[in-house]
Write a protein that binds this ligand. Structure first.
Ligand code: PMV
Length: 359
């Protein structure tokens, strides 16, 4: 599927070389995306908090070459050449070439680094793909007459989606919707949209402490997991439920309904994992310590008036979400009761952020 809106007019300018740097954060979904159609089109809409501290910084150096019909690029992570990253980037280039017709006219040196440890089990695909998409958009901006800020971000999100679906939700913040939803004006399957409605102040500066339960490689990649939703016995109901949950989230966010938020977000996390457990082949990404942490959070909430809750992405790590005013108390609870379940006692304190930045 080619989307004509994102194909540029023939380039009017030329540039021999240069470099651009962007930092882009990770994001954590509240209503989850799990299941996609052809061309990275989501089966259901999702909404996420953009993170602040977990981010990827990428510099793309570019220099003009003869167009010999192939891509030319090299990739470095923390200064070290990473040839094993190349196939993923080549696939990305192939998918976006129709929208960035300069890709074969330049040699690229891509230098990237993450603020979080490489094998922390935190997916770097959302932050990494969005940072790369932004660098490529900055190059395109040099080749055309003018581009509005809105079109720039929208096309960067469109491109990032073609790299890794959830990456399209990392460009802006603090809440981003991806996927067409009847009640959210401007929402699209093609790119992320900064959440356009009122959000209660209780959700400002929301905290996310990420407990690193298992830092190993995932046994099942999200690509395989998404594909297992094709023909999944509960898929149709799940996609309907995600739409309904997103409708409910609009009122929850507006009213500051923290109890409603907890119920919806935790249910979404467990539903995501139950889709994995009920697919064929079935698989489990949670670890025993994931469940220990969930039970401790429930017990803590029962014994206090805390509004702390958890969510999960496609792995064993636990994202602990809580309002800013509870920061001291929840951090103490985490140190006293949850750190023992983290691999090497590791966790990352993050907070809701506002998206990518150029440097
Ligand atoms: O963007 P992908 O293909 O890695 O999929 C990510 C899916 C989840 O993180 C599990 C959920 C989500 O909406 O981010």
């Amino acid at each position: 599927m080619i989307v004509p809106d994102f194909i540029p007019q023939p380039y009017s300018k030329s540039i021999a070389k240069g470099s651009f740097t962007w930092s882009s954060p990770s994001n954590i979904a509240l209503v989850k995306y799990w299941g996609k159609k052809q061309d990275q089109i989501p089966e259901n809409p999702s909404i996420s908090f953009t993170l602040n501290n977990c981010k990827t910084t990428t510099t793309v150096h570019f220099s003009k070459k003869e167009n010999d019909g192939d891509y030319s690029f090299e990739v470095f992570l923390d200064g070290e050449k990473k040839d094993d990253f190349k196939p993923k980037i080549k696939t990305f280039f192939k998918r976006v070439e129709a929208y960035l017709p300069f890709l074969k006219d330049y040699h690229f040196k891509i230098e990237t680094e993450n603020t979080f440890p490489h094998s922390s089990g935190i997916a770097s695909s959302a932050s990494g793909m969005s940072a790369l998409a932004l660098c490529l958009m900055s190059i395109e901006k040099e080749l055309i007459e003018s581009v509005s800020e809105e079109n720039f971000i929208q096309k960067a999100s469109f491109l990032a989606r073609l790299g890794s679906g959830s990456a399209c939700r990392s460009l802006e913040g603090d809440l981003v919707v991806w996927g067409k939803h009847d009640k959210i004006k401007g929402s699209s399957d093609l790119f992320g949209l900064k959440y356009p409605y009122e959000v209660h102040q209780d959700f400002e500066n929301y905290e996310d402490t990420i407990l690193l339960v298992d830092k190993g490689e995932k046994q099942v990649s999200s690509t395989v997991g998404h594909n297992l939703m094709h023909g999944h016995p509960f898929a149709v109901e799940r996609f309907k439920q995600a739409n309904k949950n997103l409708s409910e989230m609009i009122a929850i966010l507006k009213e500051g309904n923290l109890d409603g938020f907890i119920a919806l977000v935790e249910s979404e996390a467990l539903t995501l994992h139950s889709m994995m457990m009920t697919s064929m082949p079935y698989f489990i990404l949670m670890k025993p310590n994931t469940l220990e942490i969930i039970n401790k959070i429930w017990a803590y909430r029962k014994s206090s008036d805390s509004k702390v809750c958890f969510t999960l992405d496609a792995g064993a790590n636990v994202h602990v979400l809580y309002p800013a005013r509870e920061k001291d108390a929840v951090l103490e609870f985490i140190k006293d009761e949850l750190v023992a379940y983290c691999q090497n006692g590791q966790y990352i304190n993050d907070i809701i952020g506002f998206g990518a930045k150029q440097s």
